[in-house]
Design a protein around this ligand. Structure first.
Ligand SMILES: *Cc1c(COP(=O)(O)O)cnc(C)c1O
Length: 419
């Protein structure tokens, strides 16, 4: 599964189609004093700024703002925003609670899974040595640090950039023999990208055994690989030295949060490399106290709820959409199980070009331009389809939105049917 390829495709989507420059300038010329503007929840800032909103039938994509925070998260943010406290106190206390939930020795809230990767690797390189903390990402070896990370060739996706940020070099390997040949006293860690596991020659247990044999930390990125909920602790239980996860994907915590979980020594050192400490590579990865609380509440809620029922809801939504279009002339729809980092029921739709006027881009634009606007996943790469149809998920929809999507899809295919 190539998540980055999916993202690349998404990067091509035109955004902001409903923004009207004329509306904005006339609004500005008629600008009213702030005190006269409607207050509180009656202010629709999206509308005021001309920002298109849409139903998310694509998934947890950062460009689409990924997920909607759970109401309990918003509530936690709001309630904790009213008093001062020491930031490190929040990080420590929240981290302890999170560590218990995920079966780790320690945990911390980071500015996304990406920053968790950077901070975790920084922690491995520097330990608690202040001089080293101030030195990275420069001259690792000259400053007495290890400088290389082993990564399977098939685990390069782009997210390894987060490791490069610490100054390490990444050494590609394919086989256990490669590892034995290339591991050395320069090796800082052996990193694993969970969503690409099936593409590689070395699986988790063997990767861990090799790392143990050479006394090198084994690290893993599982950013989007939930459900199942048990993945929250599975890789900690297996013995990975650190595990990174997104807070703003399926967990529906603050979009700019993530988790770094693992060995106490690494997490403590990662904290020293992070904001609020100055002269650190993490100073720009600030997480405010409210988001730390929000991440904690999101996680607690996620493990406390009935996830089987949620899966049934997703199936119901997918069936609703599938049933609305399956009998349309020239339209083919199928339900399939998404890959490990979109582990949810999905729908694939493609059509006979002799029966429907639109190509894929035209049809996606039709969905985007209608009311309400809908974004789907207009890219098949990594999902096993060779046609130029599109894919949909329902796990980021609000309850009931599947009915709207079903109706719009049916109407738009009928509108696009050739006479
Ligand atoms: C989404 C993702 C990330 C980045 O996560 P953020 O929380 O957005 O920083 C890193 N690695 C993988 C595999 C991802 O899917």
């Amino acid at each position: 599964m190539k998540r980055r390829s999916l993202l690349k495709g998404l990067g091509l989507l035109p955004f902001g189609g409903t923004f009207l420059g004329t509306t904005l300038s006339s609004d500005l010329s008629n600008a009213t004093p702030v005190k006269k503007m409607p207050q509180g929840e009656s202010v629709d800032l999206m509308k005021e700024l001309g920002i298109r909103t849409f139903i998310n039938a694509a998934g947890t994509y950062t460009t689409m703002t990924a997920s909607l925070m759970q109401p309990e998260v918003i509530d936690a943010i709001s309630r904790t925003s009213k008093r001062f406290c020491m930031l490190n106190d929040v990080q420590d206390k929240v981290g302890e609670k999170i560590a218990e939930i995920v079966h780790a020795e320690a945990a911390m809230v980071t500015a996304g899974a990406f920053s968790a990767l950077t901070l975790g690797m920084a922690g491995i390189l520097t330990g608690k040595d202040v001089r080293k903390i101030q030195q990275i990402p420069q001259d690792l070896e000259a400053n007495g640090m290890r400088s290389e990370v082993l990564l399977q060739k098939t685990h390069y996706e782009g997210y390894e950039k987060a490791l490069y940020n610490t100054g390490v070099k990444i050494i590609p390997v394919e086989t256990a023999e490669d590892v034995e040949r290339l591991v050395s006293d320069k090796t800082a860690a052996m990193h694993f990208l969970n969503c690409n596991a099936s593409l590689g020659k070395i699986q988790h247990q063997e990767w861990l055994s090799l790392a143990r044999k050479y006394k090198v930390p084994a690290t893993i990125d599982i950013a989007a690989d939930i459900p199942p909920v048990s993945n929250l602790w599975k890789y900690n239980d297996m013995g990975f030295d650190f595990v990174t996860l997104s807070g703003g994907k399926i967990l529906r915590g603050p979009q700019s949060t993530g988790l770094l979980m693992g060995r106490r020594g690494i997490i403590e050192a990662a904290k020293l490399n992070n904001s609020p400490n100055s002269v650190t590579i993490g100073r720009g990865m600030k997480v405010n106290k409210e988001e730390m609380f929000g991440m904690y509440v999101a996680l607690k809620k996620y493990v406390g709820e009935d996830r089987e029922k949620e899966w049934k809801d997703w199936e119901h939504r997918v069936n609703t959409i599938y049933n609305a279009i399956k009998d349309l002339r020239g339209v083919n729809a199928s339900i399939f199980h998404g890959p490990i980092n979109m582990n949810t029921p999905m729908i694939h739709v493609f059509w006979d070009k002799s029966q429907i006027t639109d190509n894929r881009e035209e049809f996606l634009q039709r969905l985007r331009d209608g009311e309400p606007s809908i974004e789907v996943l207009g890219n098949n790469i990594g999902l096993g389809f060779n046609d130029d149809g599109f894919n949909m998920t329902t796990y980021m929809m609000q309850p009931g939105e599947e009915k709207i999507v079903a109706k719009r899809l049916r109407e738009e295919f009928i509108n696009a049917a050739k006479a």
